[in-house]
Design a protein around this ligand. Structure first.
Ligand code: PLP
Length: 419
């Protein structure tokens, strides 16, 4: 018997299907996981697999999870008495062992475990960098084939772990991250493998939601506020979904955390739509030309799960959410401030969340005693580099949108032979 099923956020139908690459029941509605266990509990496993609310039956092996700790200096310097930091990255002194340095590794672990136990032969993944690194790492470790596609404009920020630097990676030369997502759907059809499916894959969201599980396990309560930089929206939707499970459990509070989302100006389609109070993102805010002007390509998704039922708009509505636009300069300043205070480097996207927290304090959107959870979605890259474990993506295979299906098929044969 499975310990979970899927529920459609629009019509409420329950699907017994355990396969999370199934994307939707009603159009424009997410499928969300329903766990038979109403009570939050520890499992018999450790690390990433420490808790019961994950859609996996056969745990693949040890994996590092997030670490959550009270802020030592950033919180006090902002006048916050209860700032907790969820650190997702590499910081061995703190027990943080995610060598690919972002929370995308949780997503990759859970998605791949779910796909494997559902008999998939491989998976296709589109990425702006961090997801590629996480999937390349797990594919190299487990031998499970993953076809990775990244836009060339993201290459300059991309790196792989030494142990996975030879994982073949398709590089899209004529398009951005969102074009790579489209192309990955075409490739999936040709390869006969599922697409990871991005935010619509409930296994991905539940993997990202581990951050809230770890936080509640540490403090015994739901936080009052949650801060995160958003790209696809998967991470914040995940936290909202996990908070609903905690509220149903009844022992951790009866209010979901207020979600504070942040994006990098001038590309901030969700932030702008929320600030205008609408479910519709404006076409001018989704203009691909804006993406060239931001410093956080991992936040450049032009198809975020904003309007979809059960998506970011609903999550912000349900929690009284707040949205922040952050400039490149503010990101830089926030990254430096965080590193000086907490003594670990963070990735630019995490700097976006820190900058949002600073704004929230300045605007008095949060008060000093409230419990705040700051998601540092990635960090410790400098540490990994110092240890000499970061490498460029060495096996790059060029693809373009104009390729025919036959050309793609030929290419996939080569890629899969090398995997
Ligand atoms: C992907 C990513 C985000 C955004 O998460 P979404 O779930 O896509 O909204 C934030 N920070 C980092 C470091 C990321 O890699």
């Amino acid at each position: 018997m499975s310990h979970f099923s899927l529920k459609c956020r629009h019509c409420g139908v329950r699907l017994a299907a355990a396969d999370m690459t199934v994307r939707e029941h009603c159009s424009d509605a997410l499928l969300t996981t329903e766990y038979t266990d109403r009570q939050f509990a520890e499992s018999e496993h450790g690390g990433l697999w420490r808790f019961n609310w994950l859609p996996v039956h056969e745990v693949p092996g040890e994996a590092a999870g997030p670490v959550v700790f009270p802020s030592q200096r950033l919180g006090p310097s902002l006048g916050l008495e209860n700032l907790a930091i969820a650190f997702n990255g590499y910081w061995p002194e703190r027990g943080a062992g995610i060598r690919t340095c972002t929370f995308k590794e949780f997503e990759a672990e859970v998605v791949l475990a779910n796909a494997k136990e559902n008999g998939k032969s491989g998976m296709v993944v589109a990425s702006a960098g961090n997801t590629a690194r996480a999937f390349a790492h797990l594919s190299a470790e487990s031998g499970f084939p993953v076809i990775i596609l990244a836009p060339a404009m993201c290459l300059k920020d991309m790196w792989y772990l030494e142990s996975s630097s030879l994982v073949p990676t398709l590089i899209l030369h004529d398009g951005d991250y969102s074009d790579a997502i489209e192309m990955s759907q075409r490739i999936a059809g040709i390869a006969g493998m599922p697409c990871e499916g991005g935010v619509r894959n409930a296994a991905k969201r539940d993997g990202l939601g581990i951050v809230l599980l770890e936080s509640v396990a540490a403090s015994g309560k739901l936080p009052d506020h949650y801060f995160q930089a958003v790209g696809s929206g998967a991470g914040v939707i995940a936290v909202w979904e996990m908070s609903e499970r905690f509220i149903r459990d009844g022992r951790y509070g009866d209010k979901p955390p207020v979600l504070h989302i942040a994006q990098n100006l001038p590309f901030a389609p969700m932030v702008r739509a929320w600030q205008r109070g609408t479910r519709r993102m404006a076409d001018e805010d989704l203009d691909p030309n804006l993406i060239r002007k931001i410093s956080t390509r991992v936040l450049s998704n032009r198809y975020p799960a904003y309007a979809v039922a059960g998506g970011v708009y609903d999550a912000l509505s349900a929690t009284g959410g707040v949205a922040y636009g952050i400039t490149n300069e503010e990101i830089c300043a926030a990254m430096i401030r965080f590193e000086e205070a907490e003594e670990i480097d963070i990735v630019p996207a995490a700097g976006v969340a820190v900058a949002a927290l600073i704004q929230a304090v300045e605007n008095k959107t949060i008060s000093p005693q409230e419990r705040v959870l700051l998601n540092i979605t990635g960090g410790g890259e400098s540490r990994i580099r110092q240890e000499g474990k970061a490498r460029p993506v060495e096996d790059q295979i060029r693809v373009s949108k104009s390729m025919t299906d036959a050309e793609i098929e030929g290419l996939l044969c080569t890629v899969l032979k090398r995997t």
